[in-house]
Structure formats: structure tokens, C-alpha cells
Design a protein around this ligand. Structure first.
Ligand code: NAD
Ligand code: MLT
Length: 524
């Protein structure tokens, strides 16, 4: 059972899913950063939204942390780089609230253009102000979309229904994709100069913070209106307030602020500014989707499985062909780690048969994780395995060939002069992993928690010597495979034992004439 710390409002549907899976769900809302540093100790998972700052100190305070789950999109409140160094997975729910955020953008666009909140408040305050709150139509106006990603694209699609001309600035989107959406791509300066409405849909990072400052606002068309449902600080609030006061910018509508929560901003006193307290994702639908998605992702991470929405795992997409082989690849990495007499120098993984060309990056990552886990490294994860390889100068690579002589699929891992191959075998109705060769000897055997790999002279009596020694130590053999190698003139015994063989026994066998080497392998 893992302890899942939840520091912000998350849909009960998601939290219940975690409780049903047997986890302890500890909901602590409204913690100060200092309180968080205490409460996070002992948590295996931390689930947040945008108000919890998961900085390096928080991550370092929590030695047991496996995963940070962000129930939403933006990751500007998580130190992803430090999490990666510490082997902590960071996952988000990238699709959960995009529709809600896009609809909120359109709501704010219309509210700003038609002064709806202002007129509403006036009427409720007893003032019938028809002429004061005249607005403008969207039809025929140019909408400049800054950041044509998931939300930007949904906004563009909806705005086209209002008959707006659509232009966008996004250097990472192809002309063709934009054209397909009916959007004209252009430079930021051109967009600023041409747009009647500008809507921001960028991630917040070093490059985008302060993108719309006084200098950029001075380049906009007179009378422009600015909408921001992305992140506070991309538009500089004080510069925007000045530009509105000067009459150059007509008005703005903001969902997000430089500092949150806040009840103070130079924009709040301006009549043509519409503001709401970060409500872009605050719909029942988005919260349900975010809660359920993040619960699923956190559960997978806690189980050590592959997590599709992990943002700091460098594995790309995982196909249905590749997914079943993840456990096998990790076992082979562990197996070869057990054959090494010291730290690994390298890892090479060869994929043969149907796996060739199937996007095997995740399998190589699994093998690397297995290798480091079995060579004395604690807390190895999909996240930090490449960083560990880098730190320990372990080069890793993969190659593939469609040719596989005996098996439909075969994975071979090589490290520091050793080589182990494995496959998935059909046993009745089950698919089971099999180790099929070890250092050039054919030995078909299911992987097990405790195994011994004995290389000996290829002569009679050797199996008896090992069997008797294990028997004297009270250890039974659960399965065994023997493979001679005519090429090396040696034989290989691979045995699964009921319990791990003690070191004295291994030393005794190592000094027995005819035994060339012996290795203890722990796979689970
Ligand atoms: P996305 O990653 O799908 O899209 C972002 C786009 O910005 C991408 O197309 C990318 O190419 C582009 N981009 C990145 N850096 C750029 C740069 N320097 N200049 C120009 N373009 C750049 O993200 P998304 O899901 O569409 O989310 C957009 C923003 O909305 C994020 O900041 C997210 O946190 C925020 N968001 C806010 C709410 C809310 O409640 N207000 C809800 C959801 C998302
Ligand atoms: C997000 O990035 O997903 C939003 O800002 C929504 C949120 O955190 O509630």
C-alpha cells in the first residue's frame, strides 16, 4: 500500500479509484510551503493542481516519492528537471481540460467584446446603462492565436464559427498543419500588428515569461483586446494596465495571474478588463477527466508500469507490439547485471523478428533499468536510468534485425563481454518469459527470483556436484537447463533455486575443479 498525498481539490471519482486499489489517500488542502515540506515526508505519490509549488526542496524532502501527478496540464509549478535527477516520475493529464480551457477562452472573448460582466453588475446594482456598454462584433475581426497547440487549435476552430480571420504565431507548427486548420502562420510582430484580439495559449517558461511586455504591446494594433487563459506572467500585468490606461489597448480578459491566488492587480480597477480566478479548467467534466486520468497514471507509476503521460520518461509512444515485452527486457537487464563482476561499462540491446523497428526505445530503457537495479543502485526508475548511465559513463544503444532464426521475437542484451537472450513463449493459454541463451549456451528456462548460472567443463558428473552441494545446504532446485557450447568446449547450467544460495556455498563451488565460474542472479 502506498501513501498518496493530495494537496488540492481532486475529483472524488479519481481519489476513490486510488482507495479501491488499496492506497492510503491523504487529502491535505491549503498547506503552506513549510507545512508541505513536513507532510510530504513518507509520501509515495503527490497529487497536485496548479497551486502547489513542487520545488527542489519539496522533492528532496521526500525520499520515498515515486511520482508527482499533476491533475491538469501546466507543469510550471513542478521542478521537472530536479524530479528527473531524483528519479521521480512526473505525470500530467494533458487532454483532460483542453475543451474547458478553450470554451473559457471563447467565453472571455465574448464577455470582453460585449462588456457582459460590467453590464451585469451595473444592472444588478440598479443601473440601466444601455449606451455605456456598447461592444464590438467578432465577425470579420482578426484573432491572433499565440501558441497553436491543443487549446490554441480548439480556440481557432471555434472562433472560425464566428467568422473571424485566424492568424497564429507558433514556430513549432508546420505551415501545412496551420493551413489545414484555416489559420495563417506569421511572425509575432506581424500578428501583433494585425490582430484585433490576441489570445495566449503558450506554456509558461523562461522564453515565454514576459513575452507580452510594454515593448510587444507597443507593436500591437490600436484598439486590440488581449485574452489570457494560459498562465499569468506571459503578459506583464503592469505593462498591460499602462497600455489600457493610455488607450492603445482597448481591454483585456484574464483567467490567470502573475501571482495566484490574488485579489490585487493594477488591472482590477480598469473598467474594460474582465477577470476570473483561474477557472479555465473548473468544469465538472474537466475535473472528472483530470481526476480519473491522474489516478490511473499514478497507479501505473506506483506499480512500476509504463505510464503513458509521464513527461520525464524519454521513451516516446509504446505500441501494443512492444508493451508485452517490457517485463522481459527488464528481466534480461537484471540477468546480465548478475553476470557482471563489477560495474557495467555498456549495454547493447538487439531486437530480432517482429520487434525490429517497432519503437523499442522503452524496451532498452527497461533493460537499462534492470541492469542498474541489479548492480546495487537504489531507486532506479524509467526516469533516472538514462541519467545514471550518463553519470556512470555506461554507453547504451539498440539495434534490430527482422531476421530471427528460431524465435518469432528475440531480445538479446550484451554488457561487458556477456550476452543473454530471451523471448516470450506460449505455454498453454499463457505467454511467459523465457531466458533462451546465456553467454553463447542454449538454456531455455523461465526466469525466477533466485537463480544460479554455473559455467563448467563439459564433462560428466558436474551436475551431480552442484546438486549435492545445494542439497547439503537445504536448497532445492525448482528448474534447471543445461546447454553445452561446442564452440567454447564448456557447458552452462542455469538453475532456479527455492532460496538464494549462501555466499559460502558459492565460494566452495567456485573452487571446485571443473567449475569455471558461478553467478548468483536475483530477478524479482
Ligand atoms: P500545448 O503544449 O498543446 O500547446 C502550446 C503551444 O505553444 C505548442 O503548439 C507550442 O509549439 C507553442 N509554443 C511553445 N513555446 C512557444 C514559444 N516560445 N513561442 C510560440 N509558441 C510556442 O499546450 P496546451 O495544452 O494548449 O496549453 C496551453 C497553455 O494553457 C498552458 O500554459 C497550460 O498550462 C494552460 N492551461 C490553462 C488552463 C486554465 O485553467 N487557465 C487550463 C488548461 C491549460
Ligand atoms: C492546467 O494547467 O491544467 C490548468 O491551469 C488547470 C488547473 O490547474 O486547474
Amino acid at each position: 500500500m502506498a501513501r498518496v498525498l493530495v494537496t488540492e481539490e481532486i475529483a472524488e471519482s479519481g481519489l476513490n479509484q486510488l482507495r479501491l486499489a488499496g492506497h492510503e489517500v491523504d487529502v491535505r488542502l491549503g498547506l503552506t510551503p513549510e507545512e508541505l515540506l513536513d507532510v510530504v515526508v513518507g509520501a509515495h505519490a503527490l497529487i497536485i493542481r496548479s497551486a502547489t509549488n513542487v520545488d527542489a526542496a519539496t522533492l528532496e524532502a521526500c525520499k520515498d516519492l515515486v511520482v508527482v501527478g499533476r491533475a491538469g496540464i501546466g507543469l510550471d509549478n513542478v521542478d521537472v528537471a530536479r524530479a528527473t535527477e531524483l528519479g521521480v516520475m512526473v505525470v500530467n493529464a494533458p487532454q483532460s481540460n483542453i475543451l474547458s480551457a478553450a470554451e473559457q477562452t471563447l467565453a472571455l472573448l465574448l464577455a470582453q467584446a460585449r462588456n457582459i460582466p460590467q453590464a451585469h453588475s451595473a444592472l444588478k446594482a440598479g443601473k440601466w446603462e444601455r449606451s455605456k456598454w456598447e461592444g464590438v462584433e467578432l465577425h470579420g475581426k482578426t484573432l491572433g492565436v499565440v501558441g497553436l497547440g491543443r487549446i490554441g487549435a480548439l480556440v481557432a476552430q471555434r472562433a472560425s464559427g464566428f467568422g473571424m480571420r485566424l492568424v497564429a504565431y507558433d514556430p513549432f507548427i508546420s505551415e501545412e498543419r496551420a493551413r489545414h486548420m484555416g489559420v495563417e502562420l506569421m511572425s509575432l510582430d506581424d500578428l501583433l500588428a494585425q490582430s484585433d484580439f490576441i489570445t495566449i495559449h503558450l506554456p509558461k517558461n523562461k522564453e515565454t515569461t514576459g513575452l507580452l511586455d510594454a515593448k510587444a504591446l507597443a507593436k500591437t494594433k490600436k484598439g486590440v483586446r488581449i485574452i489570457n487563459v494560459a498562465r499569468g506572467g506571459i503578459v506583464v500585468e503592469s505593462d498591460l494596465a499602462d497600455a489600457i490606461r493610455s488607450g492603445h489597448v482597448q481591454g483585456a480578459a484574464l483567467d490567470v495571474f502573475e501571482k495566484e491566488p490574488t485579489t490585487e492587480s493594477p488591472l482590477f480597477e480598469l473598467a474594460s478588463v474582465v477577470v476570473v480566478p483561474h477557472l479555465g479548467a473548473s468544469t465538472a467534466e474537466a475535473q472528472d477527466k483530470a481526476g480519473i486520468t491522474i489516478a490511473e497514471q499514478v497507479q501505473l507509476a506506483l506499480a512500476g508500469d509504463f505510464v503513458p503521460f509521464a513527461v520525464n520518461v524519454s521513451a516516446g509512444e509504446v505500441s501494443d507490439v512492444v508493451r508485452p515485452f517490457m517485463g522481459l527486457a527488464e528481466l534480461l537487464g537484471r540477468f546480465i547485471g548478475g553476470l557482471l563482476d563489477g560495474e557495467p561499462a555498456d549495454l547493447e540491446v538487439l531486437y530480432q523478428g517482429e520487434l525490429a523497428g517497432a519503437g523499442t526505445k522503452i524496451l532498452t530503457l527497461c533493460a537499462l533499468k534492470g541492469l542498474f537495479s541489479s548492480t546495487g543502485h537504489q531507486g532506479v526508475s524509467f526516469v533516472n536510468a538514462p541519467a545514471l548511465a550518463n553519470e556512470h559513463s555506461v554507453s547504451f544503444s539498440e539495434s534490430s534485425t527482422v531476421v530471427s532464426q528460431e524465435y518469432i521475437n528475440l531480445i538479446t542484451v550484451r554488457s561487458s563481454g556477456h550476452e543473454v537472450s530471451g523471448t516470450l513463449a506460449t505455454v498453454g493459454t499463457r505467454i511467459e518469459p523465457r531466458v533462451v541463451t546465456v553467454d553463447g549456451h542454449s538454456v531455455e528456462i523461465p526466469p525466477a527470483a533466485s537463480m544460479l548460472v554455473v559455467r563448467n567443463d563439459d564433462r560428466p558428473g558436474m551436475i551431480g556436484i552442484v546438486g549435492v552441494a545445494l542439497g547439503h545446504a537445504g536448497i532445492s532446485i525448482s528448474s534447471m537447463a543445461v546447454g553445452p557450447s561446442p564452440e567454447f568446449g564448456t557447458a552452462m547450467m542455469v538453475l532456479s533455486t527455492s532460496s538464494p544460495a549462501p555466499m559460502e556455498l558459492i565460494s566452495e563451488l567456485r573452487s571446485t575443479p571443473g567449475i569455471i565460474d558461478i553467478h548468483v542472479i536475483s530477478l524479482y
